[in-house]
Design a protein around this ligand. Structure first.
Ligand SMILES: [Zn+2]
Length: 250
């Protein structure tokens, strides 16, 4: 019986490598697979840090993955498995379409992705996959925080300082005069939260001295709500976080 499998892990945990491994193993057994990916794999390939790569279908925003797979089945005659890399970037509706691929077409789906953003919240696509998947597996890698504890959280740094605001996805650096150097690292939860608290404190201070703040805007005594548009750097935002919370309210 076909299954929807979601495998998640931090950055650098080898998700793409596993996706390529499954792709290779199934093909070696004469099975037909469709490899999909999203976003920064702009050339339509999935590649791993270990130097392996394969051609992949790019998942466009708004595209119907159920239809895409059904068309592929039509043209190939059959399809045994769909393998999805960078699945955190898939839209929740596209994750539902992958579930239909399993249920209505009887095709196995293997999805791989990050669980949480650098802001410490679930990607909408990953949240939906957690809700829908038959199997959920965390990739266990021995990534360590600088303190030695197991690293579980993705952190974004600008010029070496952890940030918690900004677009969910930043590709490259626009090179503007105020653009800082964006980097990522893995931290344990305690140190991720310490950095997040510091970043939040900085923003509270900025708000306190912000005399140009429009009147009538309510003061926030609690934690600062992060506004992705109010990025304190000239990040090149290619995608704002989806305002749609994962899952149905029904
Ligand atoms: Zn730590």
């Amino acid at each position: 019986m076909a299954k929807l499998r979601f495998t998640f892990g931090t950055m650098g945990s080898g998700k793409s490598t596993q996706a390529l491994q499954i792709h290779h193993n199934l093909r070696a057994r004469g099975l037909t697979t469709l490899l999909m990916t999203q976003l920064d794999r702009t050339e339509g390939r999935v590649s791993s840090r270990l130097g392996v790569s394969a051609d992949a279908e790019i998942v466009a925003s708004g595209s119907d993955l159920f239809e895409l797979v059904r068309q592929r089945v039509k043209s190939l005659g059959h399809l045994n498995a769909v393998i999805c890399d960078e699945a955190q970037f898939y839209e929740p509706a596209q994750c539902d379409q992958l579930a239909r691929v399993v249920d209505d077409l009887g095709i196995d789906v293997y999805a791989f992705g990050l669980l949480t953003t650098f802001q410490g919240v679930m990607f909408p696509g990953s949240a939906r996959l957690m809700e829908l998947a038959d199997n959920r597996t965390e990739i266990q890698v021995e990534a360590r925080c600088w303190c030695g504890a197991r690293a579980t959280h993705n952190a974004r740094f600008i010029d070496g300082v952890q940030v918690i605001s900004g677009a969910t996805v930043v590709i490259g650096d626009t090179g503007g005069p105020t653009a800082g150097e964006v980097s990522y690292d893995l931290l344990c939860r305690a140190h991720w939260m310490e950095g997040a608290r510091a970043a939040r404190g900085d923003q509270l201070e900025l708000l306190d001295v912000d005399v140009a703040r429009p009147t009538g805007r309510p003061d926030r005594s609690g934690p600062v709500e992060v506004d992705p548009d109010a990025v304190p750097t000239s990040l090149h935002a290619t995608r704002a976080p989806s305002p749609q919370p994962a899952g149905d309210n029904a």
